[in-house]
Design a protein around this ligand. Structure first.
Ligand SMILES: [Zn+2]
Ligand SMILES: [Zn+2]
Length: 273
């Protein structure tokens, strides 16, 4: 059976939309591994969140699947985390009711308490109907990664380096300084396969490289300093994609070199022949 999970605009927990959901102990039995979930937001209470939501009204905004449930060790009241995979944000908000009919079967009394619940079990039919009203947001594809997009790619998968701020789950500040520092240190050649964009594609691709975070951003402590020398590395787009192929199993550069068989890059000697 699927469930609805409610996300607040303000969160003091280290949850992250589409990645990790924090919930109180009383809903322990309501979420289980493998369960499909609908992300929900209640009516907006503070205006400053307007641009961070799809609607100011109560709405559904994405789907995903629970892959792991575990205790929040920082919680003194037995709260839990659920890791989410396959999160797909909606392009537009799906309202809680269409044609005067709620998707969720709301108990007659007390109505207000029902919507306040963090986790609400629903049946497959409700899930499918909400899903059928949703347009899934286009995810950036690897083939369209631009110089800026290289950083986007990292963002999409692990978050961006930087300071954690205290609203809307976990957000990280974009930091182009760290990116260029990493390139200064690690160079413009791929550190796994030695691919050189300029050599392969000429002037048009000069200076292009992906900057990869060696450890997933979720493992960083709050306000921990990212050291471009040890925490970042430069990789070509192919190697970078392979490192992230399985989100739960990030490969190290050494592991990547181990699985890399066969050179597909140009040998210097073949250039110009
Ligand atoms: Zn490479
Ligand atoms: Zn990466």
């Amino acid at each position: 059976m699927p469930a609805v999970i409610a996300e607040s605009d303000v969160s003091k927990w280290s949850d992250e939309t589409g990645v990790r959901y924090h919930f109180p102990k009383q809903f322990k039995g309501a979420l289980s591994e493998g369960m499909e979930v609908l992300y929900y937001k209640c009516r907006m209470k503070e205006k400053e969140f307007k641009n961070l939501r799809l609607s100011t009204k109560p709405h559904y905004f994405g789907v995903g699947r629970v892959v792991r449930i575990y205790a929040d060790l920082d919680s003194t009241t037995g709260d839990l985390f659920a890791d989410i995979e396959g999160f797909k944000p909606f392009e537009f908000a799906v309202p809680t009711k269409v044609d005067g009919q709620y998707f969720e079967p709301v108990p007659p009394t007390p109505k207000t308490n029902y919507w306040r619940s963090s986790v609400r079990k629903i049946n497959q039919d409700v899930f499918d109907r909400v899903r059928s009203h949703a347009v899934l947001k286009e995810q950036p594809s690897l083939s369209s990664v631009s110089e800026d997009g290289a950083q986007e790619f990292e963002t999409r998968i692990t978050g961006i380096e930087g300071k954690k701020i205290a609203y809307y789950g976990v957000r990280y500040e974009r930091n182009p300084k760290l990116r260029s520092r990493a390139i200064d240190i690690h160079g413009l050649r791929c550190n796994a396969c030695n691919f050189d964009f300029e050599k392969a594609y000429g002037e048009h691709a000069k200076g292009f490289i992906h900057v990869h975070h060696v450890k997933p951003i979720s493992e960083y402590e709050e306000d921990q300093v990212v050291d471009p020398a040890t925490d970042m590395i430069t990789l070509c787009a192919n190697c970078h994609a392979v490192v992230h192929k399985k989100p739960q199993q990030l490969l190290s550069v050494e592991q990547l070199k181990g699985v890399l068989s066969g050179r597909w890059v140009f040998d210097d000697s073949t250039i110009g022949k």
